[in-house]
Design a protein around this ligand. Structure first.
Ligand code: ADP
Ligand code: MG
Length: 232
C-alpha cells in the first residue's frame, strides 16, 4: 500500500560498489520513509553511506536492489535519464563544498536550474530569483561572484539555487562541514525556517554536533545499515 504522506520511501534498498571480493556494501537493506514536510538528519561517521543514500534519494544514482518511491512514483524501472525531470521538478541539492559555478554571479547561479527546466530568469521567474535571494538573506550580494563571498554566503546561494524550482524535498549533504560552527548553525537555522515556513521536506546528512543538537529527528547510519532513529 502506497503511503500518501510520504515524499520518499526506500524499501529493502541495497547499493554496492565494485564486484567480487572487492565489493563494498555501501547500503544494506535500507527501509526508510520520509514524510512530506519533515526535517531530519542522517547521522553517521565518514564512510557510513550518507552520500550514497542521498544520491539514491535524489535519483542521481540507482540502487542495486530494492525500491525507491518518490512522491508516489516508483523509480525502479526508470532510467536515470528518465528520472531527470522528476529530479529537477521535485528535488533540490545542497553540497558540502557549495558547488557554485565560479564564473557566474549569485543571481546567475540561482538562475541555472530554471534554465535546465527550459525556463529563463526573466519576468515572473526574475521575481522568483529575487524572492529566494531574500529568503536566504542575500539580496545585497546578488551580483557578487562566489570568490567575493564568505563560505556561509556561498552556502546560502547554494540553498537559494536548490529552492528556486520550488522542490518538494531538499537534500543537503554535510552542508555545514566546510563552515565554522557559528556559520554552520545559521545555515541550519535557515533550513529549519524553510522547513517550517515553506513546508519543504529537508534531509540533511551530517556528523556535526551543531546539526544533531538542533534537529529532533536523527536517523543513525553505520556501515551502510540503519542503527536507530531518534525522534524526541
Ligand atoms: P559517507 O557519505 O557517509 O562518508 P559514502 O556514501 O560516501 O559515505 O560511502 C559509503 C561507502 O561506499 C564507503 O566505504 C566508500 O568508500 C564507498 N564508496 C562510495 N562511493 C564509491 C565509489 N564511487 N566507488 C567505490 N566505493 C565507493
Ligand atoms: Mg559523504
Amino acid at each position: 500500500m502506497m503511503n500518501m504522506c510520504a515524499i520518499a520511501e526506500m524499501v529493502n534498498v541495497c547499493k554496492y560498489y565494485g564486484k567480487g571480493a572487492g565489493r563494498v556494501d555501501a547500503l544494506v537493506d535500507i527501509n526508510l520513509t520520509f514524510s512530506k514536510g519533515e526535517i531530519c538528519v542522517l547521522a553517521g561517521p565518514s564512510g557510513s553511506g550518507k552520500s550514497t543514500l542521498l544520491h539514491l534519494l535524489g535519483c542521481i544514482d540507482k540502487p542495486d536492489q530494492g525500491k525507491i518511491i518518490i512522491n508516489g512514483i516508483d523509480t525502479t524501472n526508470k532510467t536515470l535519464e528518465k528520472l531527470s525531470s522528476l529530479r529537477i521538478e521535485k528535488i533540490g541539492f545542497v553540497f558540502q563544498t557549495f558547488n557554485l559555478l565560479p564564473v557566474l554571479t549569485a543571481y546567475e547561479n540561482i538562475e541555472l536550474p530554471l534554465l535546465f527546466k527550459g525556463e529563463d530568469g526573466k519576468g515572473v521567474l526574475k521575481n522568483r530569483i529575487d524572492e529566494v535571494l531574500e529568503k536566504v538573506g542575500l539580496q545585497d550580494r546578488k551580483h557578487h561572484y562566489p570568490r567575493e563571498m564568505s563560505g556561509g554566503q556561498q552556502q546560502r546561494v547554494a540553498i537559494a539555487r536548490a529552492l528556486v524550482t520550488e522542490p518538494a524535498m531538499i537534500l543537503a549533504d554535510e552542508p555545514t562541514a566546510n563552515l565554522d560552527s557559528k556559520t554552520g548553525e545559521s545555515i541550519i537555522d535557515l533550513l529549519l525556517k524553510l522547513n517550517i515556513n515553506d513546508k519543504v521536506t529537508v534531509v540533511i546528512s551530517s556528523h556535526d554536533s551543531v546539526v544533531l543538537d538542533r534537529i529532533e529527528k536523527v536517523i543513525h547510519i553505520f556501515d551502510g545499515r540503519i542503527l536507530q532513529t531518534r525522534d524526541r
